[in-house]
Design a binder for this molecule. Structure first.
Ligand code: ADP
Ligand code: MG
Ligand code: ZN
Length: 487
């Protein structure tokens, strides 16, 4: 097979600093979700004439935290710039962003992130990190291109966004996806970001195949779709190159429904934006003291936590990796260990049935109805022989759906294992009467014994203690055998 051209992928990731109380340049709440349209606004984020922005200091602090976590070097001084473009989601007709104007650096640059993909470690360089404001949100009733009119909601206008730009170091779409997962977990561990909020992390993916131009794919909303969109582009660009068609530099849109990319426009250039220094904000100095104070307060990050999970709980590396990939899942695990003790069974349940339930119900760990206490109780009930592992799986599903504790579900559903001798003996008596031929066979045939035990399990809806049932059946049969021999 002919050698195929090398793939280069670079990401531009926009993350909202969702833990901030207020927007980037005004005192409106950063909690804009679910509010009536255009109620979370003020003259600043509406871009009214005469209003002036004031920088949110906490946003700079968070940005520096992220920079350090991604091994970047924070700038000593940085400025804001106006990125000019006209679009209705941008009431000022420019976005306050950051740009490397002559003599200035972005907020942070030259970092790297190491992550695992297909069990191998991969490191990708971070080119730059900067702060900017989120635009408002447009609604096109009936869909873009079909809507008779467009609605604008400025509640999101001015929310603090962190733009993280990588070098084009990814060589496969799966790497981009793993990177984003690692990035999300890192930001969540820093406590600056909640990835379960809709639209809190948005990604533009740049991809080129050796010999062709770079294509930027916009509007991708999930990690899975980043991988899909990139895979689609790699195939599309390779086909073009094979036919001798030049791949032009352009911006494309990912159509999630049709799972294809479509051309949006010829790529805009930097000069189109007429960047210039924002005159309403003064330069930001990030002195060593500020950075040192942040460094001291840095919380535990995913890599360190993974190592700790291996050492402290004796987990295999794989388990630690899966748990730490999602901060809420890792928190859930540790909370559960505090109550129930045994780490490995908890990890098994979380990585297995628990994640499967979440996936099927399409909920996040944070929003799921099962608490660590509930899971711990379920595991204890299993240890005590109250429920079998088979029933435990059913209990977990019910817990997910109803939020009720395991003990309540078991009582309500009558799922408690029957270990009362008298109850099982009574059922056995009945089954023996109803299956005279099987009983006769069972005196000499092992298969018939299993048949009888099966009948009893069936009659008790699987709740009878299997070991006890077996014993009762065999005892009864041997007594019968003795009696027959005596006669
Ligand atoms: P712009 O802001 O105009 O999109 P940048 O120079 O900031 O341009 O680059 C944006 C992204 O494109 C970066 O993530 C970078 O890694 C990526 N990139 C640059 N060159 C290539 C390339 N040849 N193939 C794929 N991605 C690339
Ligand atoms: Mg770009
Ligand atoms: Zn405002």
């Amino acid at each position: 097979m002919a050698e195929e051209g090398k793939v280069k992928i670079g990401l531009e990731v926009h993350c909202q600093l969702t833990s901030l109380k207020t927007k980037l340049f005004c005192s409106c709440s950063s909690d804009y979700r679910g509010k009536p349209p255009n109620t979370n606004v003020c003259p600043v984020c509406l871009g009214l004439p005469g209003s002036l922005p004031v920088l949110n200091k906490k946003a700079v602090e968070y940005a520096v935290m992220v920079a350090l976590a991604l091994n970047c070097k924070p700038a000593k001084m940085t400025i804001f710039a106006r990125k000019n473009y006209f679009y209705p989601d941008l009431p000022k007709n420019f976005q306050i962003s950051q740009y490397d104007l002559e003599g200035f650096e972005p907020l942070a640059s030259n970092g790297y992130v190491t992550f695992t993909v297909n069990k191998k470690k991969k490191t990708v360089k971070i080119r730059r990190i900067h702060l900017e404001e989120d635009p408002g949100k447009l609604y096109h009733p009936g869909g873009l291109g079909f809507a008779p009119y467009t609605l604008i909601d400025y509640n999101r206008s001015g929310i603090a966004l962190l733009e993280i730009v990588t070098e084009p170091d990814f060589t496969a779409p799966a790497e981009a996806r793993s990177f984003l997962q690692k990035l999300r977990s890192t930001l969540e561990h820093l406590g600056v970001f909640d990835g379960s909020l809709e639209g809190s992390m948005r990604c533009d993916a740049n991809v080129s195949v050796e010999g062709g131009g770079r294509v930027e794919v916009k509007n991708i909303s999930s990690f899975k779709d980043v991988e899909r969109a990139l895979s689609y582009e790699v195939v599309r660009q390779r086909e073009l190159l094979k036919k001798g068609v030049k791949v032009r530099m352009e911006t494309r849109h990912w159509d999630e429904v049709r799972r294809i990319t479509v051309s949006l426009r010829v790529k805009e250039e930097e000069k189109d934006y007429r960047y210039f220094m924002e005159p309403d904000l003064c330069p930001v100095t990030i002195d060593e003291d500020f950075v040192r104070r942040i460094k001291i307060q840095m919380p535990e990050l995913p890599d360190a936590r993974k190592e700790r999970f291996i050492n402290q709980y004796g987990l295999p590396e794989y388990d630690a990796e899966v748990l730490v990939a999602d901060r809420s899942l890792a928190d859930f695990f540790e909370d559960c260990v505090k109550i129930y003790g045994k780490p490995k069974p908890i990890a098994n349940w979380l990585m297995g049935d628990f994640l499967q339930c979440l996936y099927s119900l399409d909920v996040s760990v944070k929003d799921c109805k099962v608490t660590p206490k509930h899971l711990a109780e379920m595991l204890s009930l299993m240890d005590d022989g109250v429920i079998s592992i088979k029933i435990a799986k059913k209990v977990l599903w019910e817990m997910m759906k109803t939020g009720k504790p395991a003990s309540t579900i078991i009582e309500e559903k009558g799922w408690r294992r029957i270990s009362d001798m008298n109850v099982i003996e009574a059922v056995t008596e009945k089954i023996f009467k109803e299956n005279e031929k099987a009983v006769k066979d069972a005196l000499v045939d092992e298969k018939a014994i299993n048949f009888l035990v099966g009948k009893i399990m069936e009659a008790t809806k699987g709740m009878a203690d299997p070991a006890l049932t077996n014993k009762i059946v065999r005892d009864k049969l041997s007594r019968l055998k003795e009696r027959l021999q005596l006669n």
